[in-house]
Design a protein around this ligand. Structure first.
Ligand code: FE2
Ligand code: FE2
Length: 220
């Protein structure tokens, strides 16, 4: 059984748009005018959205045609969306789950420690990218020649996304907290599935679109 309208969640472009304007409510307005306002390329959005719907990776050949700053904006906005929205929402839901159980519930404390360890790793990963390779890419985009700094191949060698903790938490909730009519548990699993799907696309764009595009600039 699908959780919490999973289909409609991915069937709506908001699943991609949310990272571009999540502080305010997304106004009901035509997608094209929203994209124009936010400086988003609508065709870029469509390719990412298609990947969400198919639960697969996006078409890298199509994405390669976009300007590097559009690709970089997507990556940075996505980081921001994880840190300031998805992770806090998961945290809040986890708190609600804990309220439904005894405070010293061993299962909850195990779930919490997996979650907080994962949160720490994800935020460290994001900060390392933003302060390292992304900053370097920004300099290259602005045409600041950086002699001898061929960081793209190094980044692709070091870059690993192991999101096993997400799977582990999903399995854990389903196995040890099986009362599936508890809303907070369903929301928690559903948001983990959303994060997993989002990260799959995000990491693919980093490795297969962003890195090769930066590499092209380095070789110029
Ligand atoms: Fe990233
Ligand atoms: Fe990454």
């Amino acid at each position: 059984m699908r959780h919490l309208d999973e289909f409609s969640m991915y069937g709506n472009r908001r699943v991609v748009l949310n990272r571009y304007a999540f502080h305010g409510e997304l106004k009901e307005q035509p997608i094209l005018s929203f994209c124009q306002e936010q400086g988003i390329a609508p065709d870029f959005l469509e390719i990412i959205w298609e990947a969400f719907q198919q639960d697969s990776t996006p078409d890298e050949h199509l994405l390669m045609k976009f300007d590097l700053d559009i690709i970089l904006a997507y990556l940075k906005k996505t980081h921001h969306y994880y840190k300031d929205r998805l992770i806090p929402e998961l945290e809040m839901t986890l708190h609600n789950i804990s309220l439904e159980h005894a405070v010293d519930h061993i299962i909850i404390s195990e779930l919490s420690s997996t979650f907080y360890a994962y949160k720490k790793d994800l935020i460290a990963h994001i900060e390392e990218e933003e302060n390292g390779f992304f900053r370097y890419a920004e300099q290259i985009i602005q045409d600041k020649f950086m002699i001898g700094m061929d960081l793209a191949s190094q980044f692709s060698l070091d870059h690993v996304h192991e999101e096993d903790a997400i799977e582990e938490m999903i399995r854990f909730v389903k196995k040890y907290l099986p009362v599936s009519d508890r809303l907070s548990q369903r929301i928690f699993v559903s948001k983990l599935q959303l994060l997993r799907r989002d990260l799959l696309i995000h990491a693919f764009v980093e490795d297969n679109v962003f890195v090769p595009r930066v590499l092209e600039l380095e070789l110029k």
